[in-house]
Design a protein around this ligand. Structure first.
Ligand code: ADP
Ligand code: MG
Length: 377
């Protein structure tokens, strides 16, 4: 059982269900990220945990105690918001102290705690300044210092760095991780930015359309997306999702045929369950990094059977250590590949390129249920 347990949460605004039966648990010391597109219900989940909003049904347990129906001020929750939630005309000291005063802490202890957390976040020189006279980055540090000064049972962060300049974000992220490590409590962090999530999360829950799509480590989500939504959301570029039909090749091996004459052969660990599906539709997921220029990768590093396809290069985008290449195999079938160790000069838009596809990285999805097919292993 986690330190923070969210059980069967449901919430609607009017006729619109914004949280549809969501459950997850977060352990002490775990950094848990809610990741998903805007409007998916992430902030609403945090509001329900903090008590700002009330769920229609479901339960919240914190440190073993059912807090579902207790008022927000009696929940021991530390919060950091996107707009920082500070009192603009109070100074830094007063803002950090406020939550502690409300809880009736002795003045001397408040002073010690405010001083310590302000110091950790480099705010000591600004301690008497009013909030309106601070930059966005400084305000963000005040809101972190306020959370740091508290001994909460859980820390909630709602897109805390998305209003900062890119340059300030890296430092703010380190400050947040520092706060989390010092507290060793469950941290729940909301973002729509997958790079942020992949960089800092112990585990990630993908939330979209009010539903929990998948919970897992970064690797779980990237390598084994549970459904088409996650497969199409995670990764830059995400997995190529190409529709085809189950077939067999001349040797009885399972294939997916995209268009007549254009097919991928599947590794044997798929076969037992899927031979019954011949003739049915399937969506193939090919990670961009599973596509190699033919002859480039040592073929024995890749899982047999390798499928070789030839396509036209339609777009080349060089990044720092890799190159994103868009390929067109025919009018119906396109894919993005991420190449490493290839010179940009070898990749000319309009030219033909033969590629190998690592069968071991292929994933398959049922287009009707949108769920991933399981491999035999
Ligand atoms: P996220 O944080 O993932 O962007 P939110 O939890 O803020 O999503 O919102 C989820 C959905 O609930 C959205 O469609 C939003 O418009 C709606 N919503 C949020 N708050 C309210 C509210 N107070 N009244 C009505 N609808 C709301
Ligand atoms: Mg939000």
């Amino acid at each position: 059982m986690g330190q923070l347990e969210v059980q069967n949460l449901v919430k609607s605004y009017g006729a619109k269900e914004v949280i549809a039966n969501i459950s997850f648990s977060v352990r002490d010391g775990e950094f848990f990220v809610l990741l998903g597109p805007s409007g998916g219900g992430k902030s609403t989940i945090l509001k329900v945990i903090s008590g700002i909003e009330k769920a229609d049904s479901g339960r919240i347990l914190l440190a073993g105690k059912d807090i579902t129906n207790i008022p927000p001020r009696d929940r021991n929750v530390g919060m950091v918001f996107q707009d920082y939630g500070l009192y603009p005309h109070m100074n830094v000291f007063e803002n950090i102290a406020y939550g502690l005063e409300v809880r009736g802490m002795p003045k001397a202890e408040i002073a010690t705690r405010v001083k310590e957390s302000a110091d950790r976040l480099g705010l000591t020189p600004l301690i008497d300044r009013v909030i309106v006279d601070l930059s966005g980055g400084e305000q963000q540090r005040v809101s972190l210092a306020r959370a740091l000064a508290k001994n909460a049972e859980v820390y909630l962060f709602d897109e805390p760095i998305s209003n900062l300049d890119p340059k300030l974000r890296a430092q703010a992220r380190r400050d947040i991780v520092m706060l989390h490590r010092m507290k060793q409590k469950p941290s729940l962090y909301v973002t729509h930015d997958q790079n942020e999530a992949l960089a800092i999360a112990d585990r990630i829950a993908i939330i979209a359309h009010g539903k929990l799509q998948q919970v897992g480590s970064s690797n779980d989500l990237i390598q084994n997306p549970a459904n088409l939504f996650v497969a199409g959301f995670i990764g830059t570029p995400p997995m190529n999702l190409i529709s085809g039909i189950f077939a067999t090749d001349g040797q009885g091996r399972l294939q997916v045929e995209f268009t007549p004459g254009l097919a991928l052969t599947l590794p044997d660990n798929w076969n037992p369950s899927l031979l019954n599906y011949q003739g049915k539709r399937v969506v193939v997921g090919i990670p961009p990094a599973a596509i190699y220029p033919a002859g480039m990768a040592a073929d024995n590093e890749l899982q047999a059977p390798l499928s070789h396809l030839e396509g036209e290069i339609t777009f080349v985008e060089p990044l720092v250590s890799e190159i994103i290449v868009a390929l067109k195999f025919n009018d119906m079938v396109h894919a993005s590949a991420v190449f490493t160790g290839v010179e940009e000069t070898e990749l000319e838009v309009g030219s033909r390129l033969r590629v190998a596809i690592d069968g071991g990285q292929i994933r398959l999805f049922d287009p009707e249920t949108e769920q991933a097919f399981q491999r035999a292993e």
